[in-house]
Write a protein that binds this ligand. Sequence first.
Ligand SMILES: C[S@@+](CC[C@H](N)C(=O)[O-])C[C@H]1O[C@@H](n2cnc3c(N)ncnc32)[C@H](O)[C@@H]1O
Length: 371
Amino acid sequence: MYQSLISRRYTLGIGRVYNALTCRAQTERSFSQNAWLSKQKAKQAEEPVATERHRKSKAQKTLDEVEKEYSEFYESIYGTARWTQLHPSLKSPQRYSCLLNKYSSPEENPSIPDSMQELKLEKLPFKSLECFQVSEDIGGYSFPRPEKNETTGLLTHYLLDAGSVLATEALDIQPGEHVLDMCASPGGKSLCILQRMSGVIGGHLTSNEPSPTRRKTLSRVMAEYIPKEFNVDLRITGEEGWKFLFFGLDRYDKVLVDAPCSSDRHILHDSSEFKLWTPSRSKNLAKRQFALLQSALKVVRPGGTIVYSTCALSELENDGVIERALNKSKVPFEIVQENWPLGEKTKHGWICLPDAAHGYGPLYFAKLKKL
Ligand SMILES: C[S@@+](CC[C@H](N)C(=O)[O-])C[C@H]1O[C@@H](n2cnc3c(N)ncnc32)[C@H](O)[C@@H]1O
């Protein structure tokens, strides 16, 4: 009943309803991060009672001051040597890979668009997705804009971080499965999931995004890439992810929680957002992320898979959330550790960091199996 309620209220009509780091190093990082936060708290407690002027000066930290605090925070987690190479790599331009849209060609058999024939393309070693990168020899960063296939009118390719593609590979989608993408806009990972489904065999994807403006973007992306007459039951919903547990338990084969996070690379390229960074941001986000993961654990069926992912650097938002679930969750689950062709192992999952993953990332993910 609840599912039909969600569908009626939120499904948007587009035609049909379619709309190697060791464990020890990781533990040390968590400790050092907590120690850093405690030290900052103690420092604040020692400070005199904040006067209006004092508070104002705190609110108006200069970019240099935030930059210093930010670097100290992450240096305490990653160590000076790693941070010295990681920090500049985060400030370098975002690298994109190119996912071919199989639905843009009439036979679900896409070829490399003409506009890319001149590029030195390398196929990324992903299990089943047609995903390419431009060779690093020639810069590795520029792809032509997606174009419409003349027959289907659908866009030929989508540009996204290769780490994001990897997180969806971890879901190991099989045709016909029921999948929930809990935090979906703008839709890159939903598109990857749909590439693993088939217009012939069918499947079910609920692509959820609570923000109305971001949901509009998600709907547009789906309309640009997915056929109107489509044999996959694609629903776009607008719920807070933590509410899904009220709509029925054990309902999905796979759930992706690509949680809202610190988005470090993004904020490092936007000074107005970067100025708002505080060391406690990750702590607050981690609480919301944990609530989303809890909901996912409840709605996935026993034996089903959850992939929890973020584009954050902070331990608290990554392995920290999984650690908390291990300690607190009433739903039994196990962690599935696998090796992936890009990035490095963490205590509970995997992370792509741009200094060691050919410019991609940050992208953390952990794969959980409900017992
Ligand atoms: C990292 S982005 C998702 C990116 C997307 N998965 C993709 O690959 O294109 C996180 C999204 O979560 C959404 N969000 C924020 N709070 C949420 C909540 N309580 N439940 C579900 N989604 C939420 C944000 O609006 C944002 O669009």
